[in-house]
Design a protein. Structure first.
Lengths: 359, 312, 253
């Protein structure tokens, strides 16, 4: 800015500018206070969340629910990336389970077949998944958004098929058992409680990182892109590159979730990553709120808990009820959310509360 | 690679052409909907499934084949319009990705309802004419495959006639070229929307009915058919009907040859590998164009534009 | 600063621009005028990089721009405003202008995720410079207001602030005065002169001929995609062809 600033020419202009800068100082002090308030609001939310999550196992006595909570955590990690991708970059991924699966299988294969350390395998998994996302993204983002939807759809199906077909490598349709636990030194993440803290620790870390991204130069550029791609380009935002970065990021998150998943289940099979799972991930993101970091854990939790509830309650109401009913339910949920609250359920509900409060 | 001779290759190609014809029918539906409304309808395959299943049901109720097929086509067309009214109309000004997700939701719901109505067991539809396969230069071509090819040709002719010779068809084409201008000429966008959904549903139903004797009808037959027909449409360029025809036939043949020559386990993957290849190839031809493209189908209606974006 | 050479643009069957050539001198305020449909916005879009011309070249300070995408042109120093502001409605004014600093800053995703010190310092700089731009157009006190809730005239100014934040060498302004009242137009004229004093070359499309005559050192007239005439304000005012084109299309001014 120094080249053109302050503007040259008359002295009066210089004085004007100095006056403006002086007023600016006062404004800056006020603003810093406001920013501090905002930062502390975010920090407060984070601490509260961490507290709730941290104390959950203490009063959650059912091992089944604890296990569910672990799955919610794993799903949250994937949904987090998906929310960023769908909400900020405005792209649909109809095959996100593929990234999850690639991370999972990489971890499984490396640890089972090659005896690689689980943490290293996780890192390699992230690298592989990010690489795949990068390769797809390069040509895609110059095209309209539905091309990514198609490409991820295709990728998802190819990857699921590959998992089933390359039997020597992946164990084929019956899967790959014997995946070891994660360890730190001599401590083994064996029990559900330890694993819960591990998974949710990662969740908190990633939420923190995601919030940092959203409140930064990159995050602003993403929000600008979401609002008006033409205007964003006119002020220098490279849309394709940003979208690519977000896709790679969301793939990396999914990969981490995949690794955590296999080390928990100690088993991996292709069925856990098919098209239906990808759709369920989209529903989780939609329920949680597409452009919302905090929405991800809520979306994942809501969908999982409702699934659990339906599985228990539905057979009482409709005899012979099965998983298909639940799937139909989610299809309807997706349609309704997209029609009436395309920004996501949580956002839509908050907005309507705000509107009612005002009137 | 096993040792094949000419008759084997011919076999692959002919069976590829007939499967490809189904992809053509699905692709035509996808292209029609996309050109006129800008919506990428990922639920297209479900119309095939519904056509097949309804035909099976009507036959079980005692209707003769011809009547059952006709009734099924009419029924699926009605369902198509219903879907359009219930799910697309309320969201017609939404963004592209919202609409894609709605169609995904629709496909899930339709599949689920079909599962509830018909269960998981596959049904078989009797072949249209009984008889042994024909011998064409050493390749065995089942009569049903000839039916498929024939039906596809007849359907194409009917479609051509509809679009080129009737006023309604011309209205559809006008909408596809320039929706805003068509609106100014008195062509109602929402009516056109319902019409193309009806048309696509009918096309899908025909495809489903005619392949059912070969494929076995079940509640999830629509997913793969729909996705592959969709790939065929993308090969042809998403906005071109002749492209859809070429794309469908090409995809069918490639898939058939690939499955025969390389591996049958990966048969389904072939279509999607082709999809990825086509998308990558196509991206090379698109320079970085943002917000302003020559008025393309569906775009002037604001489909695909972000809601806050206005055109100067 | 800007050289447009034999620029032609054909959309389908419509010839929007027909062999248009002219130059914009550095540090000048040049106006692009013409009846509606003359191709002015099309020309802007091509210079800004929204799409490639059917034929012809655009050069910025001698450097050909062909094939460069819009965001790359911003880095080279082309800024633009739109007829209808196109602010990011749900973001605050300050955030809008901060996005304008995007091309002049570089901290990426990883640095942002970890909030490295370099990133925090850059955020501070971005904040300061965005505030400066807002103050320049007189909107400093509205920094925290959501952009969508401001009246139209102020949205326009905010868009200008945002474009200024990109540190342009050449600023393309598309009908900045449209919809403004007399008082606002005067403020706008002052602002544009200030921008010129900052060393920025201004190319503006405008229908308000009084404003054009006030500000512009050079005027280029387009009609039906062709360059009709160019010259100083006085020369254009007296040019017969220009008068005929305008009286044929619209009265007044």
């Amino acid at each position: 800015m120094s080249k053109h600033w302050p503007p040259r020419r008359q002295t009066s202009r210089v004085l004007e500018t100095l006056e403006v800068l002086r007023q600016n100082q006062a404004f800056r002090v006020l603003e810093t206070l406001k920013v501090l308030r905002k930062v502390s609001r975010n920090a407060l939310a984070f601490l509260t969340f961490a507290l709730v999550v941290g104390t959950l196992p203490l009063w959650l006595h059912s091992p089944y629910l604890l296990s569910t909570a672990i799955f919610i955590g794993i799903f949250t990690i994937v949904t987090l990336g998906l929310c960023l991708l769908m909400g900020y970059a405005g792209q649909v991924s109809l095959g996100h389970a593929a990234f999850w699966g690639i991370g999972a299988y990489t971890s499984a294969i490396l640890t089972v077949k090659l005896g690689v350390s689980p943490w290293l395998a996780m890192i390699i998994g992230v690298a592989v998944t990010s690489g795949v996302a990068y390769l797809i993204a390069i040509p895609i983002f110059r095209l309209r958004e539905h091309y990514l939807a198609m490409a991820t759809l295709g990728l998802g199906i190819i990857v699921t098929l590959a998992f089933g077909e390359f039997r020597e490598l992946t164990g084929g349709p019956s899967g790959l058992p014997g995946v070891p636990r994660l360890t730190v030194g001599s401590f083994i993440f064996d029990g559900d409680v330890e694993y819960y803290y591990l998974v949710w620790g990662v969740v908190l870390l990633l939420i923190g990182l995601s919030l940092n991204i959203v409140n930064s130069r990159v995050g602003r550029a993403l929000r600008a892109l979401h609002a008006s791609e033409a205007a964003a380009a006119s002020i220098g935002v490279d849309a394709s590159r940003l979208k690519l970065q977000v896709l790679v990021l969301s793939a990396a998150y999914a990969s981490v979730a995949g690794s955590l998943y296999v080390h928990y289940m100690q088993f991996v099979s292709p069925h856990a990553f098919d098209f239906g799972v990808s759709v369920r991930l989209v529903v989780m993101a939609a329920v949680g709120g597409l452009a919302s970091v905090w929405g991800a854990p809520f979306g994942a939790a809501a969908v999982m808990l409702v699934t659990v509830l339906l599985r228990e309650a539905l057979p009482l109401v409709i005899p012979n009820a099965s998983g298909e009913h639940i799937t139909i339910f989610y299809g309807l949920v997706l349609i309704l959310i997209m029609i009436f609250m395309p920004e996501g359920l949580t956002r839509g509900v908050i907005e309507s509360f705000r509107r009612n409060a005002r009137s | 690679m096993p040792n094949y001779d000419l008759s084997n290759y011919l076999q692959f190609i002919l069976s590829g052409l007939s499967t490809g014809s189904i992809y053509v029918l699905v692709a035509l539906g996808v292209v029609t909907i996309y050109s006129v409304t800008g919506i990428v309808n990922l639920a297209q395959g479900e119309y095939c499934m519904l056509g097949a299943m309804l035909a099976v049901t009507f036959i079980r109720w005692g209707l003769p084949l011809g009547l059952a097929a006709a009734a099924a086509i009419i029924g699926v067309t009605a369902i198509g319009v219903l879907i359009e009214r219930l799910t697309v109309q309320p969201a017609r000004s939404a963004s592209s990705i919202t609409l894609i997700m709605i169609t995904v939701g629709v496909s899930i719901v339709v599949r689920g309802v079909a599962l509830l109505a018909w269960g998981t067991a596959p049904f078989s539809l009797p072949a249209f004419t009984k008889g042994p396969p024909l011998d064409v230069l050493g390749a065995a071509v089942s009569l049903q495959r000839l039916w498929i090819l024939g039906t596809a040709v007849v359907t194409l002719l009917l479609l051509y006639f509809l679009l080129e010779r009737t006023l309604l068809g011309k209205a559809v084409r006008a909408c596809a070229i320039n929706r805003q201008a068509a609106g100014l000429m008195g062509i109602a966008a929402s009516q056109m929307s319902a019409l193309v959904f009806a048309l696509s549903a009918a096309l899908g139903a025909v495809g489903g009915i005619v392949i059912a004797p070969l494929m076995l009808a079940s509640y999830d037959m629509g997913l793969m058919l729909g996705l592959k027909g969709f790939v065929a449409a993308v090969i042809g360029g998403l906005t071109s009907l002749p492209g859809a025809v070429i794309g469908g036939l090409l995809l069918g043949v490639i898939e058939s040859l690939g499955a025969g020559l390389i591996s049958s386990g990966f048969k389904d993957a072939i279509a999607f590998l082709v999809l990825l290849l086509v998308i990558f190839a196509r991206s090379g031809r698109f320079p970085n164009r943002l917000g302003r493209r020559p008025a393309r189908a569906g775009e002037l209606a604001g489909r695909g534009a972000r809601p806050t974006e206005t055109r100067p | 600063m800007l050289a447009v050479d034999h620029l032609t643009q054909i959309f389908g069957g419509v010839v929007a621009l027909d062999d248009v050539s002219f130059e914009v001198a550095e540090h000048s305020i040049t106006a692009l005028v013409g009846p509606n449909g003359a191709g002015k916005t099309t020309l802007f879009n091509i210079v800004a990089g929204a799409y490639a011309p059917t034929a012809g070249t655009v050069r910025l300070a001698g450097r050909p721009l062909n094939g460069l995408p819009a965001h790359a042109r911003v880095e080279l120093g082309i800024g633009r405003t739109f007829q209808n502001a196109l602010l990011f409605d749900k973001m605050t004014l300050l955030e809008n202008v901060m996005v304008g600093r995007h091309a002049r800053s570089g901290q990426g995703m990883i640095a942002s995720a970890l909030r490295l010190p370099a990133m925090r310092q850059e955020e501070e700089r971005i904040f300061l410079e965005a505030m400066r731009c807002l103050n320049l157009v007189g909107l400093g006190m509205h920094a925290r207001t959501p952009a969508g809730s401001l009246p139209f005239g102020q949205q326009r100014l905010a868009a200008i602030a945002r474009a200024l934040a990109t540190e342009p060498r050449l600023l393309l302004m598309d009908e900045p005065a449209a919809g403004l009242n007399t008082l606002e137009r005067q403020g706008l004229a002052d602002l544009i002169r200030t921008i010129q004093e900052m060393g920025i070359t201004v190319l503006l499309v405008e229908h308000d001929m009084r404003l054009v005559m006030q500000l512009a050192g050079w005027v280029v007239v387009l009609d039906h995609g062709r360059k009709l005439a160019e010259g100083t304000g006085d020369q254009i005012r007296k040019n017969r062809q220009v008068i005929a084109a305008y009286l044929g299309a619209e009265a007044g001014s």
